[in-house]
Design a protein around this ligand. Structure first.
Ligand code: SF4
Length: 331
C-alpha cells in the first residue's frame, strides 16, 4: 500500500498560473509515488472575508479546473472538506493539545491579521486555522504534504501537534514530511515584487484567453536596466525569464537569455515568445475545462466518490482517537 499524500486546495475563485506551477503541476508528478488525497478546503475559506453566494460555485470550479489541469480522478481522490465532518471534529480535539503560544507565532496569522481591514476580521478561526490544517492531514495519517514555502511553518506545527497528541494519548499519528518543489515554490506576480496572487491582481488566470494573457504580459515588469531596446539586460533577475523557465522549451530559454544579454532581442519579442509557449500549456487545459463544464455531472461524481472514500478513511482514525481520548462510545 502506498503512503497517503494530502494537499489542500483553496476554493478562492480563479486559479492562476502560480497555483498551477507551484502546486497542481507538482502534484501530478507525485501520483505514482503516493496515494493522493486532494481536498478543497471550504471551511478554511470562512476564516477570511468571502462571498457567501459564490462559495459553492467556487468549490465546484476549483474541482473542475484542477481536474482539467491534470489531476486524474482515476489516480487520486478529490473531495470537499465540509463533506467529511471528521475534519472539524478532529480539529476540536487538536485544539485541546495545541498551545496558544505556538499559534500566535505563526507568520501567516500575523500577516493576515495585519492586512485585515478591521479588528472584527481577526477571528478565532483565523488563529486556529493551522489546527484545522493539521487535522486535514493527520485525519488520514498522511505521510507527505506538498506545500509552498509559506506553508512550511504550518507543517512543522502539524508535526508538533502529532507529537503532543502521541505523548499524551499514545502513539497514534505519524509525523508527515513536507515536499517543497524545487521549481515553482514561489512564483512571483507580474509586478515582479510579491508572490502571484489574485488579491494583488498580479496574476494570469489558468482559463484566460490569449488576448487577455497578452494584455497582462505587455506591461509586466522586466529587468529595469533595459530602458532602451539597445540596453543589454540580465535575464536571471527578470521575472519574465523565470516564467520562460516554467513554460518554454530549453532552446527558447537559451535564445531569450542570449538575446537579452546582448540586446539581440527586445522585451516585447521576449514576451511574445513566452506568450506563445504559455498559451501552448494553457489552451489544452482550457479545452478540457470547457468539456467538463458541459458535463458537470462528471465533476460531481468525482467529488461524491472522493467524499465517500475519505469519510470511511476518516472514521477509522476517529474511532481510534475517540477511544484514545477516553470518550464514552455511543451504544
Ligand atoms: S529580454 Fe526578456 S529576460 Fe531580458 S529583460 Fe526583457 S523580458 Fe526580461
Amino acid at each position: 500500500m502506498k503512503p497517503f499524500l494530502f494537499s489542500g486546495i483553496q476554493p478562492s475563485g480563479e486559479i492562476h498560473i502560480g497555483n498551477y506551477l507551484g502546486a497542481i503541476r507538482n502534484w501530478v508528478k507525485l501520483l505514482d509515488e503516493y496515494d493522493p488525497l486532494f481536498c478543497i478546503v471550504d471551511y478554511h475559506a470562512l476564516t477570511q472575508p468571502y462571498d457567501r453566494d459564490l462559495l459553492a460555485q467556487r468549490t465546484f470550479d476549483a474541482a473542475l479546473v484542477n481536474i482539467a489541469a491534470g489531476l486524474d480522478p482515476e489516480r487520486c481522490r478529490l473531495f470537499v472538506q465540509s463533506h467529511v465532518p471528521a475534519h472539524t471534529e478532529l480539529a476540536w480535539v487538536f485544539n485541546t493539545v495545541t498551545p496558544m503560544g505556538d499559534l500566535s507565532r505563526m507568520t501567516q496569522f500575523k500577516e493576515k491579521s495585519q492586512r485585515a481591514e478591521s479588528e472584527s476580521y481577526i477571528n478565532a478561526g483565523l488563529f486556529t486555522y493551522p489546527v484545522l490544517q493539521a487535522s486535514d492531514i493527520l485525519l488520514y495519517k498522511a505521510q507527505a504534504v506538498p506545500v509552498g514555502e509559506d506553508q512550511i511553518q504550518h507543517i512543522e506545527l502539524t508535526r508538533e501537534i502529532a507529537r503532543k497528541f502521541n505523548a499524551r494519548y499514545g502513539e497514534t499519528f505519524p509525523e508527515p514530511k513536507q515536499i517543497v518543489p524545487k521549481e515553482g515554490a514561489r512564483i512571483l506576480g507580474l509586478d515582479g515584487k510579491a508572490k502571484m496572487s489574485k488579491s494583488l491582481n498580479n496574476y494570469v488566470g489558468l482559463l484566460e484567453d490569449s488576448k487577455s494573457v497578452w494584455k497582462k504580459l505587455g506591461p509586466a515588469v522586466t529587468d529595469p536596466a533595459r530602458v532602451k531596446r539597445t540596453d543589454p539586460g540580465t535575464p536571471e533577475i527578470c521575472n519574465i525569464y523565470s516564467l520562460h523557465k516554467s513554460f518554454s522549451p530549453p532552446e527558447d530559454q537559451q535564445h531569450v537569455a542570449e538575446g537579452c544579454r546582448t540586446a539581440g532581442i527586445g522585451c516585447v519579442d521576449c514576451k511574445k515568445i513566452l506568450h506563445k509557449n504559455m498559451m501552448g500549456v494553457l489552451e489544452p487545459i482550457q479545452e478540457k475545462a470547457a468539456a467538463l463544464r458541459a458535463q458537470p455531472e462528471r465533476v460531481e461524481e468525482v467529488l461524491d466518490r472522493g467524499a465517500r472514500d475519505c469519510a470511511d478513511l476518516a472514521e477509522r482514525t476517529m474511532e481510534e482517537v475517540r477511544d484514545r481520548i477516553g470518550l464514552r462510545a455511543r451504544r
